[in-house]
Design a protein around this ligand. Structure first.
Ligand SMILES: Nc1nc2c(ncn2[C@@H]2O[C@H](COP(=O)(O)OP(=O)(O)OP(=O)(O)O)[C@@H](O)[C@H]2O)c(=O)[nH]1
Ligand SMILES: [Mg+2]
Ligand SMILES: [Zn+2]
Length: 218
């Protein structure tokens, strides 16, 4: 399968977040922006999530954001998932204009959900709205239980915090209460999920939550 690769060019001023969101509403697409550090488990989470969503007849497309290469897009394509690779050539976040440029590559009438895997970075992806309905921050257990305090914007602006690699919890002395307390203190509405993406444990709760946002066709 040939993977379309699009480059992000940072020469615009227009913020088309609201226009994009309206377009997704018109097309009845739920758009989810997945963020987190390099290696937090974003791709593994998305792959397992889509596997489970498929069994519920929900159709998902993916935009894979990476500074370079198409390793993650290839993983999606292998599973027959409609995917476009966005390469930022060094930029450490995705902007709305890039999403606007890429959206025509998808047949939105054939999708229910569009997922963006943002650049691996706990800092500036949180600053940019990219047409999404939901921002989801992934924090993996091995990264440590102080990250919510050290990178507050990510956890303040996200609708959900997913603790990934939850199967590793006993090996890293991870103080889950500390993380939840700090996250809730800065973002009372944040949903919190605990997931092992290798096996899918904990994904059901996440799916149940996003289903509340799926825009029904009729
Ligand atoms: N034990 C365990 N390992 C996991 C889990 N999720 C991901 N991993 C592993 O963590 C590593 C990184 O996972 P990726 O899904 O590639 O992480 P990513 O956030 O997409 O990484 P970048 O795209 O490079 O930022 C891989 O070796 C995965 O197999 C999990 O729930 N449990
Ligand atoms: Mg990835
Ligand atoms: Zn950046």
């Amino acid at each position: 399968m040939d993977i379309k690769v699009v480059r992000q060019i940072m020469e615009w001023n227009e913020n088309c977040h609201e226009e994009l969101q309206q377009h997704f509403n018109d097309k009845k697409i739920l758009m989810i922006n997945i963020m987190g550090s390099p290696g937090a488990g974003k791709t593994t989470f998305i792959l397992k999530l889509i596997e489970e969503l498929k069994s519920e007849n929900l159709r998902v497309g993916v935009i894979e954001g990476d500074i370079a290469g198409k390793i993650d897009a290839e993983k999606m394509a292998e599973k027959g998932i409609p995917v476009v690779q966005l390469n930022t050539d060094g930029a450490c976040h995705i902007e709305a204009q890039s999403i606007k440029n890429i959206v025509p590559e998808f047949d939105l009438d054939d999708l229910d959900i569009l997922i963006v895997e943002n650049i691996g970075n706990l800092v500036c992806p949180a600053e940019f709205d990219i047409g999404e309905h939901l921002k989801v921050a992934l924090l993996s257990i091995p990264e440590g239980d102080d990250k919510v305090e050290k990178y507050p914007l990510m956890f303040t602006r996200s609708n959900a915090l997913v603790l990934t690699k939850y199967d590793m919890k006993d090996y890293f002395g991870f103080d889950e209460e500390r993380v939840i307390k700090n996250c809730k203190a800065m973002n009372r509405e944040a949903e919190i999920f605990k997931v092992n993406s290798l096996k899918g444990d904990g994904l059901k709760d996440f799916i149940c939550w996003i289903k509340g946002f799926i825009i029904k066709s009729n």
